[in-house]
Design a protein around this ligand. Structure first.
Ligand code: HEM
Ligand code: HEM
Length: 181
């Protein structure tokens, strides 16, 4: 089967993505939460997200928020594609993918904010802050599992290998499928 190739993810988006995976994964699974390392990696996550937000305003076409604004009608359209088995390929983020991205970015910032609060005199030892930090981490973990499942499902369904595109930057689309912006 022949394929068309579309360059979509610039290097910053790709390096951001896999750095975020490593940093979030390290803090969620590996670091001692009471260590300096935990705080440094946590602030690295916040810095990565801050950089990504800036890039969402001034970066390359598919990296910009304006190319994947939250859209109820877009999300409904994709849900109906899923329900009816319609193979529609989006070059940038899909509408449901976009909602997940905003969810993940906001969750990362909220985790960083509650983490920072625990280091301040005002909130040190305050139970609800610690609990909120943990609930947010659990929410982010559930979201990541859904994110990965969705990426795999959408890849199998459409024949476009999305994880590979997040590595190479290039989406390869089977001939006969006309991708939408
Ligand atoms: C801690 C785990 C993860 C987090 C926090 C995460 C977060 C994100 C974020 C924020 C984006 C948006 C990228 C951008 O535009 O800057 C994204 C996209 C994406 N992620 Fe992940 N991700 C995680 C794990 C993974 C894994 C393990 C895979 C591979 C199986 C994956 C595959 C993708 C793909 C393919 C996209 C682009 C989706 C599309 O084509 O629209 N992610 N992820
Ligand atoms: C993506 C970023 C982060 C992740 C995934 C994360 C994850 C976690 C997890 C899983 C725990 C353990 C909760 C438990 O005891 O069961 C925890 C606790 C904690 N985190 Fe984070 N965290 C992040 C960022 C931060 C940041 C930026 C700070 C501070 C600068 C921070 C400070 C703390 C503190 C003080 C605790 C409580 C330690 C204790 O008293 O038990 N975290 N975090």
């Amino acid at each position: 089967m022949s394929m068309k190739r579309y360059k979509v993810w610039d290097p910053l988006v790709r390096v951001f993505h896999w750095s975020l995976v490593l940093a979030f994964g390290a803090n969620a699974l590996l670091t001692d939460p009471e260590s300096n390392l935990h705080e440094w990696i946590g602030y690295t996550v916040v810095a990565l997200v801050a950089l990504r937000i800036l890039w969402g305003l001034v970066g390359s076409h598919y990296a910009r928020f304006s190319s994947f604004l939250p859209s109820a009608s877009g999300a409904m359209g994709q849900l109906s594609d899923l329900a009816t088995g319609r193979r529609r390929v989006h070059l940038g983020h899909t509408p449901l993918g976009a909602l997940m991205i905003y969810n993940l970015l906001l969750a990362m910032l909220a985790i960083g904010a509650t983490g920072y609060m625990m280091t301040t005199n005002a909130y040190w030892g305050v139970e609800w802050v610690k609990e909120l930090h943990e609930v947010l981490v659990t929410w982010a973990e559930i979201s990541v599992v859904a994110h990965i499942a969705a990426v795999i499902w959408e890849s199998l369904r459409t024949g476009v290998n999305l994880p590979r595109a997040m590595v190479s930057g290039v989406k390869t689309v089977p001939d006969g499928l006309n991708p939408e912006a």
